[in-house]
Design a protein around this ligand. Structure first.
Ligand code: B12
Length: 211
Protein backbone atom coordinates (compact mmCIF):
# COMPACT_ATOMS: atom_id res chain seq x y z
CA UNK A 1 0.00 0.00 0.00
CA UNK A 2 1.33 3.39 -1.04
CA UNK A 3 1.02 5.07 2.37
CA UNK A 4 2.82 2.27 4.17
CA UNK A 5 5.60 2.48 1.56
CA UNK A 6 5.87 6.21 2.26
CA UNK A 7 6.41 5.62 5.99
CA UNK A 8 8.85 2.81 5.32
CA UNK A 9 10.83 4.97 2.88
CA UNK A 10 10.89 7.88 5.33
CA UNK A 11 12.64 5.56 7.80
CA UNK A 12 15.05 4.22 5.22
CA UNK A 13 15.76 7.69 3.86
CA UNK A 14 16.33 9.12 7.38
CA UNK A 15 13.45 11.61 7.41
CA UNK A 16 11.78 11.84 10.86
CA UNK A 17 9.44 14.73 9.93
CA UNK A 18 8.18 12.83 6.90
CA UNK A 19 7.78 9.62 8.94
CA UNK A 20 5.59 11.58 11.35
CA UNK A 21 3.43 13.29 8.74
CA UNK A 22 3.04 10.11 6.67
CA UNK A 23 1.97 8.20 9.80
CA UNK A 24 -0.57 10.90 10.65
CA UNK A 25 -1.90 10.70 7.12
CA UNK A 26 -2.10 6.89 7.15
CA UNK A 27 -3.96 6.87 10.47
CA UNK A 28 -6.35 9.51 9.17
CA UNK A 29 -7.04 7.25 6.18
CA UNK A 30 -7.94 4.33 8.41
CA UNK A 31 -4.74 2.29 8.18
CA UNK A 32 -4.34 0.38 11.44
CA UNK A 33 -1.50 0.98 13.90
CA UNK A 34 -0.68 -2.72 13.69
CA UNK A 35 -0.23 -2.57 9.89
CA UNK A 36 1.94 0.52 10.25
CA UNK A 37 4.12 -1.35 12.74
CA UNK A 38 4.37 -4.65 10.86
CA UNK A 39 4.36 -3.44 7.28
CA UNK A 40 6.25 -0.15 7.47
CA UNK A 41 8.30 0.34 10.64
CA UNK A 42 9.79 -3.13 11.10
CA UNK A 43 10.62 -3.74 7.40
CA UNK A 44 11.96 -0.17 7.19
CA UNK A 45 14.32 -0.73 10.11
CA UNK A 46 15.30 -4.13 8.68
CA UNK A 47 16.37 -2.43 5.48
CA UNK A 48 18.35 0.15 7.47
CA UNK A 49 20.04 -2.79 9.20
CA UNK A 50 20.99 -4.26 5.83
CA UNK A 51 22.41 -0.93 4.60
CA UNK A 52 24.42 -0.61 7.84
CA UNK A 53 25.71 -4.16 7.50
CA UNK A 54 26.78 -3.59 3.92
CA UNK A 55 28.62 -0.41 4.80
CA UNK A 56 26.28 1.95 2.92
CA UNK A 57 24.99 3.52 6.13
CA UNK A 58 27.01 4.59 9.15
CA UNK A 59 25.99 5.24 12.75
CA UNK A 60 24.66 8.81 12.14
CA UNK A 61 22.26 7.58 9.41
CA UNK A 62 21.09 4.71 11.59
CA UNK A 63 20.44 7.09 14.47
CA UNK A 64 18.30 9.37 12.33
CA UNK A 65 16.43 6.35 10.96
CA UNK A 66 15.79 5.25 14.55
CA UNK A 67 14.52 8.78 15.26
CA UNK A 68 12.16 8.49 12.27
CA UNK A 69 10.92 5.15 13.55
CA UNK A 70 10.33 6.64 17.01
CA UNK A 71 8.45 9.62 15.52
CA UNK A 72 6.02 7.15 13.97
CA UNK A 73 5.97 4.89 17.02
CA UNK A 74 4.97 7.81 19.27
CA UNK A 75 1.82 8.21 17.18
CA UNK A 76 0.83 4.55 16.99
CA UNK A 77 1.71 3.52 20.54
CA UNK A 78 -1.48 4.84 22.20
CA UNK A 79 -3.52 2.96 19.59
CA UNK A 80 -1.64 -0.30 20.03
CA UNK A 81 -1.75 -0.04 23.78
CA UNK A 82 -5.36 0.93 24.35
CA UNK A 83 -6.71 2.33 27.60
CA UNK A 84 -8.36 0.56 30.44
CA UNK A 85 -6.90 -2.87 29.70
CA UNK A 86 -7.00 -5.07 32.81
CA UNK A 87 -3.47 -5.57 34.16
CA UNK A 88 -2.40 -9.17 33.70
CA UNK A 89 1.09 -9.00 35.16
CA UNK A 90 4.04 -6.80 35.96
CA UNK A 91 7.19 -6.64 33.83
CA UNK A 92 10.58 -5.07 34.51
CA UNK A 93 12.40 -4.50 31.22
CA UNK A 94 15.79 -3.27 30.14
CA UNK A 95 18.59 -3.48 27.60
CA UNK A 96 21.56 -5.26 29.12
CA UNK A 97 24.68 -3.57 30.45
CA UNK A 98 26.95 -2.16 27.73
CA UNK A 99 24.20 -2.09 25.13
CA UNK A 100 22.45 1.05 23.91
CA UNK A 101 20.03 -0.53 21.40
CA UNK A 102 16.50 0.06 22.57
CA UNK A 103 14.20 -0.06 19.55
CA UNK A 104 13.46 -3.78 19.90
CA UNK A 105 13.11 -3.57 23.67
CA UNK A 106 10.72 -0.63 23.29
CA UNK A 107 8.64 -2.59 20.79
CA UNK A 108 8.44 -5.57 23.11
CA UNK A 109 7.39 -3.25 25.96
CA UNK A 110 4.81 -1.57 23.77
CA UNK A 111 3.26 -4.88 22.72
CA UNK A 112 3.26 -6.19 26.30
CA UNK A 113 1.62 -2.97 27.47
CA UNK A 114 -0.98 -3.46 24.77
CA UNK A 115 -1.63 -6.95 26.08
CA UNK A 116 -2.31 -5.57 29.57
CA UNK A 117 1.06 -5.91 31.31
CA UNK A 118 2.30 -3.12 33.54
CA UNK A 119 5.80 -2.13 32.39
CA UNK A 120 8.66 -0.77 34.44
CA UNK A 121 11.24 0.19 31.82
CA UNK A 122 14.76 0.56 33.17
CA UNK A 123 16.10 1.85 29.84
CA UNK A 124 19.42 0.89 28.28
CA UNK A 125 22.83 -0.19 29.61
CA UNK A 126 21.20 -1.74 32.67
CA UNK A 127 23.56 -3.36 35.16
CA UNK A 128 22.64 -6.69 36.83
CA UNK A 129 22.36 -5.00 40.23
CA UNK A 130 19.82 -2.54 38.82
CA UNK A 131 17.66 -5.46 37.59
CA UNK A 132 18.00 -6.98 41.07
CA UNK A 133 17.02 -3.77 42.83
CA UNK A 134 14.02 -3.26 40.54
CA UNK A 135 12.94 -6.86 41.16
CA UNK A 136 13.10 -6.30 44.91
CA UNK A 137 11.25 -3.01 44.66
CA UNK A 138 8.55 -3.81 42.10
CA UNK A 139 8.15 -7.58 42.49
CA UNK A 140 7.50 -8.21 38.80
CA UNK A 141 6.26 -11.50 37.38
CA UNK A 142 8.69 -11.23 34.48
CA UNK A 143 12.04 -9.61 33.67
CA UNK A 144 12.58 -8.82 29.99
CA UNK A 145 16.23 -8.49 28.97
CA UNK A 146 17.24 -7.36 25.51
CA UNK A 147 20.69 -7.55 23.87
CA UNK A 148 21.66 -6.61 20.33
CA UNK A 149 25.39 -7.23 20.47
CA UNK A 150 27.17 -10.57 20.61
CA UNK A 151 29.44 -9.01 23.23
CA UNK A 152 26.68 -7.70 25.52
CA UNK A 153 24.50 -10.82 25.39
CA UNK A 154 27.26 -12.38 27.49
CA UNK A 155 26.12 -10.10 30.34
CA UNK A 156 22.65 -11.68 30.40
CA UNK A 157 23.61 -14.64 32.63
CA UNK A 158 25.07 -12.14 35.11
CA UNK A 159 21.53 -10.92 35.78
CA UNK A 160 20.37 -14.48 36.41
CA UNK A 161 23.34 -15.10 38.72
CA UNK A 162 22.70 -11.85 40.59
CA UNK A 163 19.05 -12.80 41.08
CA UNK A 164 20.19 -16.16 42.49
CA UNK A 165 22.75 -14.56 44.81
CA UNK A 166 20.05 -12.27 46.16
CA UNK A 167 17.52 -15.08 46.64
CA UNK A 168 15.15 -13.66 44.02
CA UNK A 169 15.49 -16.14 41.16
CA UNK A 170 12.50 -18.28 42.13
CA UNK A 171 10.24 -15.25 42.36
CA UNK A 172 10.53 -14.06 38.78
CA UNK A 173 10.58 -15.43 35.23
CA UNK A 174 13.41 -14.22 33.01
CA UNK A 175 12.69 -13.65 29.35
CA UNK A 176 15.59 -12.92 26.97
CA UNK A 177 15.70 -11.74 23.37
CA UNK A 178 17.32 -9.56 20.74
CA UNK A 179 18.88 -10.35 17.37
CA UNK A 180 21.95 -12.36 18.52
CA UNK A 181 20.03 -14.37 21.14
CA UNK A 182 18.41 -17.72 20.35
CA UNK A 183 16.63 -20.54 22.16
CA UNK A 184 19.85 -22.52 22.67
CA UNK A 185 21.50 -19.56 24.35
CA UNK A 186 18.44 -18.93 26.50
CA UNK A 187 18.54 -22.60 27.60
CA UNK A 188 22.27 -22.47 28.20
CA UNK A 189 22.05 -19.50 30.58
CA UNK A 190 18.98 -20.83 32.35
CA UNK A 191 16.45 -18.21 31.18
CA UNK A 192 12.76 -19.11 31.39
CA UNK A 193 11.98 -18.08 27.85
CA UNK A 194 13.11 -16.67 24.53
CA UNK A 195 11.23 -15.47 21.53
CA UNK A 196 12.33 -13.88 18.30
CA UNK A 197 9.90 -11.00 17.98
CA UNK A 198 7.58 -8.77 19.93
CA UNK A 199 4.34 -10.58 19.01
CA UNK A 200 5.62 -13.97 20.12
CA UNK A 201 7.07 -12.29 23.23
CA UNK A 202 3.51 -11.44 24.23
CA UNK A 203 2.35 -15.04 23.80
CA UNK A 204 5.30 -16.25 25.81
CA UNK A 205 4.76 -13.71 28.59
CA UNK A 206 1.11 -14.73 28.79
CA UNK A 207 2.10 -18.38 29.10
CA UNK A 208 4.68 -17.57 31.76
CA UNK A 209 2.13 -15.84 33.96
CA UNK A 210 -0.44 -18.46 32.93
CA UNK A 211 -3.02 -16.02 31.60
C1 B12 B 1 19.61 0.82 15.12
C2 B12 B 1 20.98 0.22 15.35
C3 B12 B 1 21.88 0.95 16.12
C4 B12 B 1 21.53 2.28 16.76
C5 B12 B 1 20.67 2.02 18.02
C6 B12 B 1 19.62 3.08 18.23
C7 B12 B 1 18.64 2.66 19.27
N1 B12 B 1 18.09 3.67 19.93
O1 B12 B 1 18.35 1.49 19.49
C8 B12 B 1 22.96 2.85 17.08
C9 B12 B 1 23.42 3.70 15.91
C10 B12 B 1 23.08 3.66 18.36
C11 B12 B 1 23.80 1.59 17.08
C12 B12 B 1 25.03 1.51 17.69
C13 B12 B 1 25.84 0.41 17.61
N2 B12 B 1 25.62 -0.71 16.90
CO1 B12 B 1 23.90 -1.13 16.11
N3 B12 B 1 22.48 -1.62 15.01
C14 B12 B 1 21.33 -1.05 14.80
C15 B12 B 1 20.54 -1.88 13.75
C16 B12 B 1 20.73 -1.22 12.40
C17 B12 B 1 19.06 -2.06 13.99
C18 B12 B 1 18.69 -2.61 15.37
C19 B12 B 1 17.20 -2.46 15.53
O2 B12 B 1 16.75 -1.51 16.14
N4 B12 B 1 16.45 -3.35 14.88
C20 B12 B 1 14.99 -3.25 14.84
C21 B12 B 1 14.39 -3.92 16.08
C22 B12 B 1 12.87 -3.85 15.98
O3 B12 B 1 14.79 -5.29 16.07
P1 B12 B 1 15.45 -5.99 17.34
O4 B12 B 1 16.18 -5.02 18.16
O5 B12 B 1 16.16 -7.22 16.87
O6 B12 B 1 14.20 -6.43 18.22
C23 B12 B 1 13.27 -7.41 17.84
C24 B12 B 1 13.63 -8.83 18.30
O7 B12 B 1 15.02 -9.06 18.39
C25 B12 B 1 12.89 -9.01 19.58
N5 B12 B 1 13.51 -8.60 20.84
C26 B12 B 1 14.35 -7.60 21.14
N6 B12 B 1 14.61 -7.56 22.44
C27 B12 B 1 13.91 -8.55 23.02
C28 B12 B 1 13.81 -8.96 24.35
C29 B12 B 1 13.01 -10.05 24.65
C30 B12 B 1 12.93 -10.52 26.06
C31 B12 B 1 12.29 -10.72 23.64
C32 B12 B 1 11.47 -11.89 23.96
C33 B12 B 1 12.36 -10.31 22.30
C34 B12 B 1 13.19 -9.22 22.01
O8 B12 B 1 11.72 -8.26 19.39
C35 B12 B 1 12.01 -7.08 18.63
C36 B12 B 1 10.82 -6.73 17.77
O9 B12 B 1 10.44 -7.77 16.94
C37 B12 B 1 21.26 -3.26 13.86
C38 B12 B 1 21.21 -4.15 12.60
C39 B12 B 1 20.04 -5.09 12.63
N7 B12 B 1 19.43 -5.30 11.53
O10 B12 B 1 19.68 -5.64 13.67
C40 B12 B 1 22.68 -2.83 14.24
C41 B12 B 1 23.57 -3.78 15.05
C42 B12 B 1 22.80 -4.46 16.15
N8 B12 B 1 24.56 -2.86 15.63
C43 B12 B 1 25.75 -3.35 15.62
C44 B12 B 1 26.89 -2.66 16.11
C45 B12 B 1 28.22 -3.35 15.89
C46 B12 B 1 26.79 -1.43 16.76
C47 B12 B 1 27.93 -0.60 17.36
C48 B12 B 1 29.00 -1.39 18.12
C49 B12 B 1 28.51 0.22 16.21
C50 B12 B 1 29.73 1.04 16.51
N9 B12 B 1 30.81 0.63 15.86
O11 B12 B 1 29.68 1.94 17.31
C51 B12 B 1 27.17 0.37 18.30
C52 B12 B 1 27.03 -0.19 19.72
C53 B12 B 1 26.51 0.81 20.70
C54 B12 B 1 26.14 0.10 22.00
N10 B12 B 1 27.03 0.12 22.97
O12 B12 B 1 25.09 -0.47 22.09
C55 B12 B 1 25.81 -4.75 15.03
C56 B12 B 1 25.97 -5.84 16.09
C57 B12 B 1 26.93 -6.91 15.63
C58 B12 B 1 27.10 -7.97 16.65
N11 B12 B 1 27.10 -9.16 16.15
O13 B12 B 1 27.23 -7.77 17.82
C59 B12 B 1 24.47 -4.80 14.22
C60 B12 B 1 23.86 -6.21 14.10
C61 B12 B 1 24.79 -4.24 12.80
C62 B12 B 1 25.79 -5.10 12.05
N12 B12 B 1 25.37 -6.06 11.28
O14 B12 B 1 26.97 -4.91 12.16
N13 B12 B 1 23.17 0.59 16.42
Amino acid sequence: MEQLEKIKNAIIETMPALAKSATEEALKNGISAKDILNEALIPGMDEVGRLFREGEYFVPEVLVSAKAMNASMDLIEPLLVGDGVKKVGKVVAGTIEGDLHDIGKNLVCMMLKGAGFEIIDLGVDVKPEVFVEATRQHQPHIIVISALLTTTMLNMPKVIDALKTNGLRERVKVLVGGAPVNQDYADEIGADGYSEDSSSAVELARRLVAV
